[in-house]
Design a protein around this ligand. Structure first.
Ligand SMILES: Nc1ncnc2c1ncn2[C@@H]1O[C@H](COP(=O)(O)OP(=O)(O)OP(=O)(O)O)[C@@H](O)[C@H]1O
Length: 249
């Protein structure tokens, strides 16, 4: 296709944000499991960057390496080669305590199965990461209130997960992931257990909070609705990024 879309003078990508260093930089990332003939090369040299306020969707068939990449980006696993940098810090320079602090303070995780603590109320679940950082009670309550309002659950603060719908539970999980004002949100199939309408509303919410809170999000998904909302879609096949065909660029 030769036709160029009309561009305004301040076209995307021309602003000062583009000059800022990336919040996350993945460079030539490799991860193999096992050795010799039995080795599985889950990632074979993956590189991409993401900036503040950007949502990157990660797609690919089962076994293509999505979860492996999320684990490495979240400091839950160590690469066989290459680097992950978060806000200028190369994760390979951190020891176990450093990685623990990074995961607690700078990364919010959202899971397909929500991962809420059943005996705690929505407000208490959102407050868990703040308690872990020993944020004083009054400040914690204020932040929890703000976060529950942000995800549209101000009226449900005292309900336990079992009393909430799947979509509401995922909203609580998103609020919890945002509690410590993370640099990065990592989400693995966040709409996988939701019907398509509820999934869409979660995706829209995620899209909105990523922008409003200036977070960077890396989201593995099979959901075409999410891919439409993403700033970038990274497709993995057999541990490598599939470059878009020239006609699609
Ligand atoms: N701990 C491990 N030990 C051995 N092989 C592993 C391990 N973790 C992942 N693999 C292999 O690495 C490859 C990539 O797996 P990964 O879980 O990253 O894929 P995925 O794209 O997330 O798949 P799905 O969509 O099913 O979750 C697969 O061949 C998998 O079997």
């Amino acid at each position: 296709m030769t036709q160029q879309p009309d561009r305004q003078p301040a076209a995307e990508g021309a602003g000062p944000a583009d000059a800022a260093p990336p919040m996350m930089a993945v460079r030539d990332l490799r991860r193999s499991f096992g050795t010799g003939a039995n080795a599985v090369h889950a990632l074979r040299g993956v590189s991409f960057e993401a900036r503040r306020g950007e949502l990157t969707a990660l797609k690919g068939r089962s076994g293509s390496g999505k979860t492996t990449l999320l684990n490495l980006a979240g400091g839950l696993d160590t690469p066989s080669g290459g680097t992950v940098e978060l806000d200028g810090t190369d994760l390979s320079t951190l020891d176990e305590d450093g990685l623990l602090a990074l995961r607690r303070d700078r990364i919010g995780f959202v899971f397909q199965s929500f991962g809420l603590i059943p005996v705690l109320t929505a407000a208490e679940n959102v407050g868990v990461p703040l308690r872990m950082r020993k944020v004083p009670a009054r400040q914690r309550e204020e932040r929890v209130r703000t976060l529950l309002a942000l995800v549209g659950l101000a009226e449900h603060a005292e309900q336990r997960p079992g009393e909430l719908s799947g979509g509401q539970q995922q909203r609580v999980a998103l609020a919890r992931a945002l509690a410590n004002e993370p640099a990065l949100i990592i989400a693995d199939e966040p709409t996988g257990q939701l019907d398509s309408e509820t999934g869409r509303s979660i995706m829209r919410l995620l899209r909105a909070v990523v922008r409003s809170e200036g977070v960077t999000a890396l989201v593995a998904t099979h959901d075409p609705q999410l891919m439409e909302l993403a700033d970038r879609v990274v497709e993995l096949r057999d541990g490598r990024i599939v470059e878009p065909a020239a006609a699609d660029r």
